[in-house]
Design a binder for this molecule. Structure first.
Ligand code: FES
Length: 156
């Protein structure tokens, strides 16, 4: 079986797991990202076809939610909070430092593939602002020292 056929088969299997649910699009997309680490572009027309909706509708939902990735992530994922409480506690400077040290903008993966830097809007850690989450682990009261620790952790 060719590589594209294998991929299509795997995508169809993921779609089939949730297509009978009421409101199946989001569960399918979450399952797709869980399975592949991102939403493969090949999945969009197959999802649209399975749910009898347009490609544009699927694309619109994928683009709307920041959590859905169109490209595979790096080996680590660092989510930096960009919402109000964290901004008021200096997250703009934290974001600038992280972007400079990693050589990646928010939404990008560092060129060594070590980390994907993502913006999120409130992690529920406002009392520990500025906050971030590294591979699902919360990090509060970010400062220069913690940034250096994070960089060495993701590149170590
Ligand atoms: S605003 Fe950043 S954790 Fe709530």
């Amino acid at each position: 079986m060719r590589e594209t056929e294998v991929l299509s088969t795997r995508i169809r299997e993921v779609i089939a797991r949730s297509s009978a649910l009421e409101g199946p699009l989001l569960p399918i997309l979450h399952d797709m990202q869980e399975h592949f680490g991102h939403i493969p572009s090949e999945a969009l027309p197959l999802i649209a076809d399975a749910l009898n909706i347009s490609n544009a509708e699927v694309h619109g939902v994928v683009s709307f939610y920041h959590d859905f990735r169109r490209q595979p992530a790096g080996r680590h994922v660092l989510k930096l909070c960009r919402a109000e409480s964290c901004q008021s506690m200096g997250s703009d400077a934290i974001a600038a430092s992280l972007q400079a040290l990693l050589g990646a903008e928010l939404g990008e993966t560092s060129s060594d593939g070590a980390v994907t830097l993502e913006a999120v809007y409130c992690l529920g850690l406002c009392s520990c602002a500025p906050a971030a989450m590294l591979d699902g682990m919360p990090i509060g009261r970010l400062n220069d020292e913690k940034i250096i620790d994070i960089i060495s952790q993701v590149r170590g």
